[in-house]
Design a protein around this ligand. Structure first.
Ligand code: APR
Ligand code: PHB
Length: 391
């Protein structure tokens, strides 16, 4: 049995937990990060890849943006493909100069892990049976097993950054917490391929056979997605069938520019909207996917993890500097206000671009998409949400 203490105990070494630990360290606040999986697994996960400027600013503040600045791809817009036509959306023109950057979450995670370890951060991989204790006291604690030893750490605060499938959300008292959710009647079949992107910008494509997204990780590596059934059997999708379906759905809007290449990863991701309220119980605070999930259509998941972390770091810093608890007391409401705006945008983008198999509703969504593409005012609302609402 090993007993010790730290200021903030963090569960989960995804973007939320790692960024929180790194930013707390810049404020002189000690933390420990407990991660269930091993480092190779965490660094091998293929996830999203669009960063809002607010997220980039936080990564700079955390001192982990050197490779991002070098390798990140600055994008000044996206395109929407409909009826064989590609409609470019000019973000700077519609938002007074704002843009996004494409840089894989995998790379963000690698940069944060390297920074924590190189600066002596306490980051424990393969931490098993993490359990939270005494959350409604001033001395909450974490217990876990690591390398054959049983550990107990007393903290001032615990951050639940363990994602949708983590344990921390389960510590919210059922009579005080509410989960609000929507499951969608489709999923995304995603591929990572050593093949050049279709275009310099992302292309969101609505086709009668379903949605397709043409993204990238670099000028030689593509990330594409196809709308598929929620219970899709990946075994039924050969590489050739995937490339053929991508080309069909893009059609005259660019299908000829699609250059197949070797697949590095193939997976099916379910689509859901989920929020738990509040994001706090006593000394436990949830940040990132542990508190909310968005359908990836709006590219908001990683960016919401970043804004949650921003609010929580400021609140914890105020408490440690001046025992000012106002930020902590306002954290849940502040974070949820931005979460729900991103939930709305992600639900809206998902609704317009996917085929639900509901005749009337699909025609309404198609009419709204056709209106959107015809209206500068409507495109401005898409652009300002996509580049990211203020933190
Ligand atoms: N104990 C310790 N670690 C855990 C536990 C547990 N019981 N359960 C889960 N974890 C770890 C997972 O292995 C993962 O590394 O918590 C981490 C949570 O990371 P993410 O799921 O990436 O969540 P978050 O950091 O909030 O980042 C959100 O990740 O999933 C994407 O689309 C999502 O882009 C968004 C981003
Ligand atoms: C990605 O590149 O993985 C990506 C980009 C935009 C999205 C979703 C995923 O909306």
């Amino acid at each position: 049995m090993k007993r010790w203490r730290t200021q903030v105990g963090i569960v989960g070494a995804g973007p939320a937990g790692l960024l929180l630990s790194q930013l707390l360290a810049t404020r002189g606040i000690d933390s420990i990060v407990l991660e269930r999986r091993d480092r190779a697994y965490v660094e091998g996960r293929v996830r999203a890849g669009v960063l809002e400027q607010g997220t980039i600013d936080l990564l700079h503040e955390a001192g982990v943006a050197e490779r991002l600045d070098r390798e990140g791809l600055r994008h000044h817009g996206i395109s929407i493909a409909l009826h064989g036509q590609r409609h470019p959306i000019d973000f700077p023109a519609l938002t007074g100069g704002k843009s996004i950057t494409v840089y894989g979450q995998t790379e963000v995670t690698k940069d944060l892990i390297a920074a924590r370890l190189s600066r002596g951060g306490d980051l424990r991989f393969e931490a098993e049976s993490v359990t939270l204790h005494d959350l409604d006291t001033e001395r909450p604690s974490l217990s876990f097993e690591h390398e054959g030893d049983y550990h107990e750490i007393t903290c001032d605060f615990i951050a639940g950054c363990d994602g949708y499938h983590g344990v921390c959300r389960g510590y919210l008292p059922p009579d005080k917490a509410a989960a609000l959710e929507r499951d969608y009647p489709f999923a995304w079949l995603g591929i990572l391929a050593d093949a050049p992107p279709v275009d310099e910008n992302l292309i969101y494509c609505r086709h009668e056979r379903g949605f397709a997204l043409f993204s990238m990780r670099s000028r030689t590596r593509s990330r594409h997605y196809l709308q598929c059934r929620p219970d899709e059997n990946l075994q039924e999708w050969s590489d050739d069938r995937i490339w053929s379906e991508l080309r069909t759905r893009l059609g005259k809007a660019g299908g000829d520019a699609l250059q197949p290449g070797p697949l590095l990863e193939k997976s099916v991701t379910p689509m859901r909207s989920f929020v738990v309220e509040p994001l706090r119980h006593g000394r436990l605070f949830l940040a990132g996917d542990s508190g909310h999930i968005v359908p990836p259509t709006g590219a908001k998941g990683l960016n919401l993890a970043a804004s949650d972390v921003h609010y929580l770091v400021e609140a914890l810093d105020s408490w440690y500097r001046a025992k000012d608890a106002r930020g902590l007391d306002a954290y849940s409401a502040t974070a949820l206000a931005r979460v729900w705006k991103a939930q709305r945008f992600s639900w809206w983008m998902t609704s317009l671009l996917h085929v639900f198999g509901d005749g009337f509703q699909d025609r309404i969504h198609l009419a709204e998409l056709e209106y959107l593409l015809s209206s500068k005012a409507a495109l401005a609302t898409l652009a300002e949400n996509y580049v990211g609402l203020p933190f």
